[in-house]
Design a protein. Structure first.
Length: 664
């Protein structure tokens, strides 16, 4: 089948989205490709279709376990054989999966980057007929980016073992510096020629640039979203503004929050105001997360209030609004999350709510996000002691890890621990996975002759053995996902008894049984260091801190921007290039509709400050007092005065003069 037939047969689409076909054809021509496509731009199609068009197996590297599982399940439902290896799988499960990838008729193998240098993976790699190396979330390879993950650096070494296999690196948001770093690390065998190396440049509504250098290409989709209206509001009462937005914008919405507590509070607030809503965060069980997500996707729930654990890989094109209730850390995250609105091409809204105190807190985050090196060392030692790992041991092992219980047991600050763990991850010392769910699996490890003998000697377990063989095709070759409650009903035994019998078969070497896990996991990427040998790369750590501070400045610059198109601002941040004004963001609309002369502005500003000189007032009270003046103009002046700290909003949302601004 050709690529269009593959697209129609397996995905049901008649046509590719913008740039997809160009990327696919470049890959099929054997070129290395960096593809920068926005959230919802159909990145997975770009490697799935060419892999289907070629003989062999596509190796997909992704840091997101939930996304790996979703994509593998989606491919399997289409009749496409696919596998995945991720942290938490047992040794027999991993080995069986690699055997199937090497010797079975599979088209896709998804792996987390940590697996790339394990002896077991490297042992099976030569037997795999790999036709494409797909690197998802490719910005993770750059330590100058916002989500650096050291295991990604190993991909460069993997390329040396696969010299004739093209690489497709994909990301939704990467600055020019990060793009250069990706190319340097993944496509270093084909450096650009002197003078910049732009051999081909194409400009269209879909492409900002398509650059070909020797045997690699860069495709970058335009950051223009003509249907997406960006707005930022400095408001005294976020709750009131959120309700106003959701009452004025019909359809489904996402409200992003920084804390789990906030997600529930907001969902409760919306329900009290007759808006269908639910909350979502990584602390929920896998079953709870799946149910909440499905209800939202199927429009049973209108609004989901969530931490940034929600949205990755979800295909819901009709989201009408994405509201950031709390200020994001960086434009990269904001652009990706806001971009989940309006994928169907219809008008949608990306709204950010803030107050001045939040901006102050954001600017102080550097000291919190980057603990002192001694604090990191203390947290590392405490984790090793908590897990009872002796020095010189532990590499490759995973453990359940309750961070709240750990901090309580060792009397540590939870924020310090959280960011110390992040630093240890970036030093390639440990890996921490907060959102972890692994269903129970069973695979037969004995041969059929041994199994027959065992059944004769253990007749009480024969019904279970036969039940497994009948219920799960291929269970001799590949770990089968089982659900104990369902299997127990089928065998007419209690779930407790079933688990005991499975453990007996496991201990007898007949099967490999891994019970369900639904807890955060910490994995040791190297043996526990001796205390005297503990070290991190100080220069790189301080450089990452500096980069974080620069991203905070970029985020606050976007928020406090008092004029000019927001879409243009975002595009320039990522590309350095200029695009047309969107015409629909808050600034573009203000410039067209709410023109205020300097004289009128000064008049409204003076009257607002005069009204509140004797005491704080709600905005509605100010609007009533200033009747006869357009509400939009008064709001514009109030937002400006708040941003310039001429006035302030108290905890109840009332507007008051700052003490320094009060008139004598």
């Amino acid at each position: 089948m050709n690529i269009h037939e593959i697209l129609k047969t397996y995905w049901g689409y008649d046509n590719f989205r913008p740039l997809q076909e160009d990327i696919i054809r470049a890959v099929l021509d054997g070129k290395d490709v960096l593809a920068l496509l926005p959230t919802g731009g159909g990145k997975s199609i770009c490697f799935q279709v060419p892999a289907m068009a070629k003989d062999g197996l596509c190796l997909v590297i992704s840091p997101l376990i939930a996304l790996m599982k979703d994509q593998v399940e989606g491919l399997q439902q289409k009749g496409i054989p696919a596998l995945a290896i991720y942290s938490g799988m047992s040794f027999p499960e991993i080995k069986k999966t690699l055997q199937n990838a090497a010797y079975g008729n599979y088209k896709f193998l998804y792996v987390s980057p940590e697996r790339l240098e394990t002896n077991l993976f490297l042992e099976f790699l030569p037997a795999m007929n790999i036709n494409l190396l797909a690197v998802d979330e490719a910005h993770c390879i750059s330590q100058w980016g916002y989500d650096f993950r050291p295991p990604y650096v190993r991909i460069a070494a993997l390329r040396e073992l696969l010299p004739n296999v093209p690489v497709l690196a994909l990301t939704a948001s990467a600055t020019k510096t990060v793009q250069d770093d990706i190319c340097d690390k993944l496509m270093a065998t084909h450096p650009p020629p002197a003078g910049g190396g732009v051999l081909e440049s194409v400009n269209s509504k879909h492409t900002l640039n398509s650059i070909a250098v020797d045997s690699w290409k860069i495709f970058q989709q335009s950051f223009e979203r003509p249907n997406l209206s960006y707005s930022v509001f400095n408001v005294p009462s976020k709750q009131n503004k959120l309700l106003e937005i959701l009452k004025n914008v019909p359809g489904t919405a996402i409200v992003y929050c920084k804390s789990r507590k906030h997600t529930k509070e907001i969902a409760d607030l919306l329900r009290l105001n007759n808006i269908s809503a639910d909350y979502y965060h990584a602390g929920l069980t896998n079953e709870e997360r799946n149910k909440k997500q499905e209800n939202w996707i199927s429009n049973k729930t209108r609004v989901i209030a969530s931490t940034n654990a929600f949205g990755m890989g979800i295909d819901k094109p009709d989201v009408r609004a994405v509201v950031h209730y709390d200020v994001p850390d960086c434009l990269e995250n904001y652009y990706q999350e806001a971009g989940r609105a309006g994928r169907d091409g219809k008008r949608a809204y990306a709204v950010l709510l803030y107050n001045n105190k939040e901006l102050e807190n954001l600017q102080q985050q550097s000291g919190i996000r980057f603990p002192a090196e001694e604090e990191i060392r203390q947290v590392y030692i405490a984790i090793m002691n908590h897990l009872q790992i002796p020095a010189g041991y532990g590499e490759g092992t995973s453990y359940d890890f309750d961070i709240a219980a750990f901090t309580t047991a060792f009397t540590l600050n939870i924020l310090t621990v959280t960011y110390a763990i992040k630093a240890l991850e970036q030093e390639d010392i440990i890996s921490f996975n907060e959102v972890f769910f692994k269903p129970s699996t069973v695979v037969f490890t004995s041969n059929r002759e041994e199994l027959t003998d065992y059944e004769k000697q253990n007749p009480a377990l024969e019904p279970l053995v036969k039940g497994l063989l009948r219920s799960y095709e291929g269970i001799f070759d590949f770990p089968a996902t089982i659900y104990e409650s369902k299997l127990a009903r089928f065998l007419q035994v209690t779930e407790v008894q079933l688990k005991k019998d499975l453990q007996k078969l496991n201990e007898s070497g007949i099967i490999s049984y891994s019970a369900q896990k639904d807890k955060p996991q910490v994995t040791l990427l190297q043996n526990r260091m001796y205390t005297d040998n503990y070290t991190i790369n100080t220069a790189d750590y301080l450089k990452r801190k500096q980069n974080f501070e620069e991203r905070v400045l970029a985020m606050t610059g976007y928020i406090k921007k008092s004029s000019g198109c927001r879409s243009m601002h975002i595009a320039h941040y990522f590309t350095g290039l200029k695009i047309n004004a969107c015409g629909i963001c808050d600034h573009c609309i203000s410039e067209k509709v709410i023109a205020i002369s300097r004289e009128e502005f000064n008049s409204i500003s003076g009257r607002v400050q005069e009204i509140i000189k004797d005491g704080a007032l709600q905005v509605d009270e100010i609007l009533v007092t200033l009747k006869g003046i357009k509400k939009e103009k008064i709001w514009k002046v109030i937002e400006y005065l708040l941003a310039e700290e001429k006035i302030q909003a108290d905890k109840d949302g009332k507007i008051a003069l700052l003490k320094s601004s009060a008139r004598l």
